[in-house]
Design a protein around this ligand. Structure first.
Ligand SMILES: [Zn+2]
Length: 410
């Protein structure tokens, strides 16, 4: 089974400039070659997809989803009240929507084990259409801590290490730890850490021993500092919230340098703690995060982290209130429009860098021979206008066409 994908230009995700007049040859689910359009003239048995005004890109990598959450304004109550069967049904729809938006690889960073592991396996088996899913399963949190409703409660260092082992035993591809409180969960404190450095460090060491990596939710500046010191592979949010309830941020550039030096990845969930929620629910930030939280300062901090060499990855936090599963394109859009990255920088962050963070760069994340054929074609020139990522014409996942001409093909 051969497929040739042609578009006005190809961005291969490696950071090389767009190739005009190039095409990708796909064989048996993998990229066989990326070359001049003319090079594939003698492939009479190949199916051809040609979008002359479009841009072909690697499939998008969304590193932060909660597939069983409802993405509505009542996401918290829905999660608390829904039956397991309803959560499974929600998840099926969620992964389908994500795939149709161009996401071909996704990480779930906290859903009930009994829901997300079967969904992941059903996608892999071809029962349900969706992105390749890496699942953390239930997040590890303190008693009554952030997301305890679907988490594993563990307080002491020994309990946390034991929880890591249990999650791996049950099938987790990643470990999610709640390093601080979160605003989604009542009676927790987002401005304070939930675990000391030693506990986070023990979790990282044991996860590494078992061949998995750790992502940690951190809003409080003290939590960001703890995660950096512990070498947590992927910091989530990194909001730098000050301990003072009326205070804004407590940003520490020296810690940003430490994050960059250690090669840790940061998923700033820029749409979640930013413009997208504010757009859908004006006043959201002030009412949920409280005093001193102004977005312009947040963007300045993230820009400074980027300038210091921190590797940013593209997580949406999809499933949480106002963050829909087909919203991925907002993440690179806001990186360009609010942080001042170039469209190419945002695209590389959302493809190669995010795949590297997830540990799947040898399989996907760039359009290079030998890799899985995960390809998206958007309408227009993506290197000139990041908003083209909202107009997805074609999606190919592992060589299979799942969207074509702007309509679902599965
Ligand atoms: Zn989340």
């Amino acid at each position: 089974m051969k497929l040739i994908v042609k578009a006005g230009r190809i961005i291969d995700g490696t950071g090389s400039p767009p190739a005009v007049g190039a095409a990708a040859l796909i064989e048996d689910g993998r990229i066989a070659a990326v070359s001049d359009v003319g090079a594939f003239g003698e492939e009479p048995d190949a199916e051809v997809i040609d979008v002359p005004g479009g841009t072909a890109l690697p499939g998008f990598v969304e590193v932060h989803s909660h597939v069983h959450c409802s993405a509505s304004s009542s996401a918290f109550d829905d999660l608390a009240g829904d039956s397991r069967e309803t959560l499974v049904a929600r998840s099926v729809e969620a992964v389908r929507a994500a795939l149709q938006s161009g996401v071909t690889t996704m990480r779930d960073l906290g859903s009930r084990n009994e829901v997300v592991f079967p969904i992941r396996d059903a996608i892999e088996a071809g029962i349900v259409p969706g992105p390749r899913l890496l699942a953390a399963g239930t997040p590890i949190t303190t008693t009554g801590g952030h997301c305890h409703m679907f988490g594993t409660e563990a307080d002491t260092l020994d309990e946390v290490v034991s929880a890591v082992r249990r999650q791996v035993k049950l099938g987790a591809d990643w470990i999610k730890v709640m390093a601080t409180g979160g605003r989604f969960t009542p009676r927790t404190n987002p401005r304070m850490p939930q675990y000391p450095v030693e506990t986070l460090q023990a979790a990282v060491e044991d996860a590494e021993r078992l061949g998995v990596r750790v992502a940690a939710h951190c809003h409080a500046a003290a939590g960001v500092r703890n995660c950096a010191a512990a070498g947590v592979h992927n910091l989530i949010h990194a909001t730098w919230m000050s301990e003072d309830p009326e205070g804004g941020y407590d940003y520490d550039p020296a810690v940003a340098d430490e994050i960059a030096e250690k090669g840790l990845y940061v998923d700033p969930t820029i749409a979640a703690t930013g413009a997208l929620r504010e757009m859908r629910s004006p006043g959201w930030l002030q009412s949920t995060l409280g005093g001193g939280f102004d977005l312009e300062r947040r963007y300045e901090i993230l820009r400074d982290m980027w300038d210091r060499g921190v590797k940013l990855v593209t997580g949406l936090d999809s499933g949480m209130d106002y963050l829909r599963f087909d919203d991925y394109a907002w993440v690179p859009t806001l990186m360009v429009e609010k942080l001042g990255l170039s469209p190419m920088e945002a695209i590389v962050s959302g493809t190669r860098t995010s795949a590297e963070c997830l540990g799947v760069l040898d399989e996907t994340g760039t359009l290079e021979p030998g890799k899985r054929a995960d390809v998206v074609i958007v309408e227009g020139d993506a290197a000139a206008d990041i908003r083209t990522l909202h107009r997805v014409d074609t999606v190919v996942k592992a060589g299979r066409v799942v969207r074509r001409g702007g309509a679902a093909a599965v």
